[in-house]
Ligand binder design. Sequence first.
Ligand SMILES: Nc1ncnc2c1ncn2[C@@H]1O[C@H](COP(=O)(O)OP(=O)(O)OP(=O)(O)O)[C@@H](O)[C@H]1O
Ligand SMILES: [Mg+2]
Length: 554
Amino acid sequence: MSQQSAGGVPVLVLKEGSNRSRGREAQHTNIEAARIVAEAVKSSLGPKGMDKMLVDSFGDVTITSDGRTILDEMDIQHPAAKMMLEVAKTQDNEAGDGTTTAVIISGELLNKAQELIERNVHPTIIIDGYKKASEKALEVLENIAIKVDPTTTDYPKKVAMTSMASKLVADHREYLADIAVKAILAVAEKDGDKYKADVDDVKVEKKPGESVRDTRLIQGIVLDKEVAHSGMPKRVERAKIALLDCPLEIEKTEFDAKINIESPEQMEGFLKQEEDMLRDMVEKVAKTGANVLLCEKGIDDMAQHFLARKGILAVRRNKKSDMEKLAKATGGKIVTNLDSITSADLGYAALVEERKIGDDKMTFIEGCKHPKAVTILIRGGTQRIVDEAERSIHDALCVVRDVVEEPKIVAGGGAPELEVSRNLKKYAETLPGREQLAVRAYAEALEAVPIALTENAGLDPIDILSELRARHEKGEVWAGIEVNNGKAQDMGKAGVYEPLAVKKQIIKSATEASTMILKIDDVIAAGKMKTPPTPPGGMGGPGGPGGYPGMGEY
Ligand SMILES: Nc1ncnc2c1ncn2[C@@H]1O[C@H](COP(=O)(O)OP(=O)(O)OP(=O)(O)O)[C@@H](O)[C@H]1O
Ligand SMILES: [Mg+2]
């Protein structure tokens, strides 16, 4: 960047090759980039939304309608468009569902903002108006939400079914919703007069083969590993379990040492010594009374052989996260130093067994000391189906968790968005001039949800929207579009419910992202790492190197 100083000598501030765009131009490009992203996910909203097939640079194919996954795989470059990915990530982390909706609303908020900017409303006014509107929106959502009992399975199941209605596994949603609800209720804990549940406490394993219908909830932990040695037992009842995070191997020295062996006896001596050390290690485990050994690291062939002879079932190279779950589930302690292991460190499970699942063998640890340990074992025709089933079950687990933790729900199908929109339009009338425009714009942006749902179902949004608006005006809070029969109706009666937490988070994430993008009026991007060709006349000569491709000079 150069600027003429009083003496006419250009002052260089930015490095050569940097890009800069400012003012309206910067705003316009940012808004445009973010809108393109929103447009890309729009067609995947709702049960009638389409799936996307994404191919990464290795040629791997993912088929999904999950908002976050789509954006993740799109490998977005533009900085403002990347912020839309952030919206999806925040939404996913906080609420677990509603990522597509959050991105669509962000895009529409920016779209409306662009129109206002063109009518000379300053971005600061728009930002203030959007913030006021979002506070009001949260208030309205709280007011219309329905309180439910989190300990009965009824509503959590409906919520889980809604979240899966828009996924590839929709046909099996009732079956999978049951599993998700049981899993979350199993890990939920009472905390004062509320409940807390951590989705990570539900272990999810997947194995292609059979069908989605064969997905099971297992009361215990399933490891995607087989028993280490063929001579070991494959089934141990009343298992006393040692959990190790050190290897049962002789450590190799870090430096190369040469040992000259001169006779076969010496050779034998060395091997014997190694064997003795491994035997000693196994002896330490066996002495505790353990009949199962689950190890995070490797187990030497020789040690496996000794373990087998002692009748100990061993599984090696378990994931660290699995070891932690195992410790919690079996009540055992993960031991780092073999010398200090005692029987007090052992965990307990009623049954440890290796079973054949599809073409592989997996190890099941059931009837654990701590009954809260559960695993969902996902099955499905192909790898792609189990992958998408895993994403869908993740959403379902999250929405059930949302309802268990904050037992309030709203109906779906665009009904809450329309009701909030109606209230915001009224609220706008109480505000002065330009702020009113911004709040109105926010209200209109929310209608993008019922519009997209209707369009994706191949219906005409104009007729349906005017009918829905009229019904809301008459006090039908839950009037929405039921896309399966293509009619405007009470979404509560249609049984389409969603957690209040998801809808609130959508408002928060979308407002945050859109106002953040609106606040930017200057984009300064460092040049690429590749050194640009030195312009004739040497570095930084008068007139500058022309290093702002497509952005003009400032
Ligand atoms: N039967 C139905 N009729 C109308 N709308 C429905 C129906 N079932 C679900 N919906 C609506 O579909 C929307 C959810 O769609 P979808 O799951 O594709 O997107 P998302 O939840 O925003 O994002 P993602 O699931 O990708 O994180 C919600 O607005 C929900 O109310
Ligand atoms: Mg969803």
